[in-house]
Structures are given as structure tokens and as C-alpha cells.
Design a protein around this ligand. Sequence first.
Ligand code: FES
Length: 215
Amino acid sequence: MSYLVNWRNRHSNKAGVLTTALHHIEEGSEIGIRGPLGNGYPIDLFEGKNLLVIGGGFAFTTLRSLVAYYLHPENRAKVKRITVIYGAMMPVLLLYKDELLEWERRNDLKLVMMVDWGDKDWKGKVGLVPNVLEEIAPSSEDTYAVLCGPPIMIKFTFPKLMALRFPNERIFTSLERRMKCGIGKCGRCNIGHLYVCKDGPVFSYAQLERLPKDY
Ligand code: FES
């Protein structure tokens, strides 16, 4: 994984309007934070189970928090096996490279990384998340799957999880990309009768199946 070592000091995780603005504020500046709003991943359900975490692109930020929570010494015993599948378009776009390095060294977590386009230094897999999921075929027994990523990844990953016999109730995804105001005022995030910002952003596939397929 020398590739990640090479990249980590050359590239920050600055992407998008918000993080760019954060990079420009000075030490000591005052910032305001609203929240917490909406729900989170159902960690009560995950207790004592295996966890399969599937992320694509910058959506990995929410999943990184979940994995970091379970890797904390006080929480590690709360779930059994942890498998993380993480894909990005290209190696430079992988987030949290320092943490990925640490996770790779752990023997209580399986990390599988992939990119759409590798380069001469890339040692991980090359391919799309749904295809790699199918290839490594993690067991669905006693396992919850949590995924977050671009809509196209979500769309093609659901059927792969079905094929691996994950029940709809054991698949969770986060849809915060639909949110705008984030406080239930703009009406831009609804899926059917639900507001992603207030009723979500985390939904089970069992819930989503009962809603219009416009997520
Ligand atoms: S994001 Fe504005 S109402 Fe939900």
C-alpha cells in the first residue's frame, strides 16, 4: 500500500463548495453548525452482527464515521466481522488515505478497495463496486449491509445484495445527497410522502421498496 503513502501528503480531501470554504477560513474563525437532524445508522440493530460497508466516491464520508465508531476500542465488540468495500473513480480520489492504511493493517477488518481507472502504482482492484461485490461475494449470514454512493452505484448494488441473499430489512442506505436546506423547509428532498432530511437520511431497502423509485 505504498501507493497510499505516496498520495497522502500530496493531496488534501478538499472537494465541493463546503469543504473548499472550510479550507479557506482561518484559525479562530467562528462557524455555525445546525444539528443533529434526521436519523442515523441503526446501530442498535447492528449489535452482535456482521457488518458489510459499501461505499463509492465522496459518499464514503458518512460510512467512514460508522466504521471509525466500531473500530474505537470501546465499541469494537459491538459487531463481529467488518468488511469494507470502497471504490473511487481513480486513486487520487480515495478519501481518508491515512485511515485506509491503518485499516489495512488491522486483522479484525477486511478492506477491499477499487478504482475505475488505476495507474502504474495502483495495487488494488480495478472495476466497479457492484461487480467487485459480486466477485468477493461476502456472506449475508447474520450480516447487515450499509451502502452509500452515487445513484448509479446504489441502483446496481441492490440487486447484487439480493443475489447474495441479503434480506431487504438488512440493507441500509443513506440518501442525504437529495437534501438542500436540510431542515424540512424547502420541500426538495421528498421521496413520496417522506422527507429525506427529516425522516431519513438513512432508510432500509424494505422502506425504499414501498416508495416511488426516484431515489
Ligand atoms: S432538504 Fe429541504 S425540506 Fe428536506
